[in-house]
Design a protein around this ligand. Structure first.
Ligand SMILES: CCC(=O)OC[C@H](C)CC[C@H]1O[C@H]2C[C@H]3[C@@H]4CC=C5C[C@@H](O)CC[C@]5(C)[C@H]4CC[C@]3(C)[C@H]2[C@@H]1C
Length: 429
């Protein structure tokens, strides 16, 4: 009714004003109930694989990538690279539009507590077995989520971590992402995927949504290199959620002005995109559909019922708060949140008095010069990307890298420790 809409509008304008003047950790900013999401940030890891068929297709030896172009020399590595790019593009709608689809607008997710976990699985017909999803809040200050999505039958595993740094300037909320994803296929093939910068549009209209900007780089061990450039409404393409992806044999080919890309893919990552060969792109000749995000139904992760979950698992831990948010009951939200936060504070205090630090569960923080379990160093070098603790996709040796470098301590990155998961006795999927 009009009164509640007026109240919502009033509170939003007030909230938007103090967000605009707010200098500090946005997570401490109390947002009005209608912009709160009942979903914890640990759940966002599942968005890497809501099309598990496309993730698993990257290791399907028999599958020949379609569409196939005359005159292009396809080898196993190029074929696989195309499957990897298609899978990556398919993750973007889930990552950045799922709240708009389910709740009408982007919302503020619940801020996970240290050690919070979220687990689930996708079960496939034989012989594809099961794909597992593990997500752990490995840091609370600052919030960092690490994840591992793996299928042992199909020998495909994705690991990564994410830290989002929010910055409010000139009525725009911009978000820099720290971290990266590493996709391992079989025993040897590995791909480094960097995370784009994003910003929140529609804030003034109280109908926020994510728009991507900047670039994603994908670097494979066989050399193939892709740059995905994001633009939005009013930019070059004029359409929201637009991108242009150029695929090269190598980073060197990309750097060499005279070398054409093997393929150019363009369109909307939340809708339809088309692929051309590098030769045909200029003449817009012979465009073929690359991916249609609206046509592919997503495969929702299956998560066991709350009563079977450990108290560390997101949906059980946040149950009361989530209900209060769904009811829009501000006092109940505040009260249930306080209960959870008090519990966490006393846990931290006990640890401090006992003199022992919280041990992360399935992930280790590995200094980059000791990172022998992943291809991160090799792939970053191939792509000439920074290995420092700077925004994802920062070019090595660039001004941007030195601007973000706070000190000269050795950068550390979160890595999945499979043994710790194999030894897990409390959390099951
Ligand atoms: C804090 C101010 C406030 O409450 O404003 C509410 C507005 C809805 C905007 C702020 C929130 O917007 C959310 C969007 C979230 C990102 C969405 C997708 C991803 C990709 C995923 O792989 C990693 C996490 C990431 C980057 C989310 C990070 C948190 C974001 C920016 C939420 C903002 C608090």
């Amino acid at each position: 009714d009009s009164s509640s809409a007026d109240v919502a509008n009033f509170t939003w304008t007030k909230f938007f004003k103090n967000m605009a003047t707010f200098k500090g950790d946005l997570s401490t900013l109390t947002a009005p109930p209608f912009i709160l999401s009942p979903v914890s940030l640990t759940e966002f890891s599942q968005y890497w694989s809501e099309h598990p068929d496309l993730l698993l297709a990257t290791n399907n030896k028999e599958a020949q990538f379609e569409p196939k172009f005359e005159g292009v020399e396809y080898n196993q590595e190029l074929n696989q690279f195309l499957f990897v790019v298609r899978w990556f593009i398919s993750t973007l709608k889930s990552q950045y539009c799922s709240r708009n689809e389910s709740m009408g607008s982007e919302k503020k997710p619940l801020n996970p507590f240290l050690g919070e976990v979220f687990v689930g699985k996708w079960e496939h017909e034989e012989p594809l077995g099961t794909t597992y999803c593990l997500s752990e809040q490995v840091s609370h200050h600052p919030p960092v989520t690490a994840y591992s999505i793996f299928n042992d039958t199909n020998k495909v595993s994705l690991q990564g971590y994410n830290q989002a740094k929010l910055n409010f300037s000139s009525a725009m909320l911009s978000v820099k992402q720290f971290g990266h994803a590493l996709l391992k296929i079989g025993e040897t093939n590995e791909y480094l995927i960097t995370l784009p910068t994003l910003h929140i549009e529609g804030l003034i209209a109280a109908a926020p949504y994510v728009e991507l900007e900047g670039k994603t780089y994908i670097q494979g061990t066989a050399g193939h290199f892709a740059v995905i450039e994001y633009t939005g409404k009013g930019w070059m393409s004029g359409k929201k959620n637009s991108f242009k992806c150029k695929i090269f044999e190598s980073k060197q080919d990309h750097d060499n002005e005279g070398t054409k890309p093997l393929f150019v893919i363009s369109g909307q990552w939340s809708g339809l995109s088309t692929i051309y060969t590098g030769d045909d792109e200029k003449k817009k000749k012979n465009p073929q559909t690359f991916y249609d995000a609206d046509r592919e139904a997503k495969d929702v992760l299956s998560v066991k019922p709350i009563e079977e979950q450990s108290e560390l698992e997101s949906r059980r831990a946040w149950k009361d708060v989530a209900e209060a948010i769904k009811e829009g009951d501000f006092n109940k939200i505040h009260q249930t949140k306080t209960v959870l936060e008090e519990k966490q504070r006393s846990l931290r205090k006990q640890e401090e008095e006992a003199g022992h630090k919280w041990e992360t569960r399935w992930f280790d923080l590995v200094p980059v010069d000791e990172d022998h379990s992943s291809g991160f160093v090799k792939l970053s070098s191939l792509a000439q990307l920074s290995m420092e603790d700077v925004p994802s996709g920062t070019i090595a040796g660039s001004k941007n890298e030195s601007k973000w470098l706070v000190d000269d301590k050795v950068a550390q990155h979160w890595r999945f420790n499979r043994q710790k998961w194999d030894d897990e006795s409390e959390i099951n999927i």
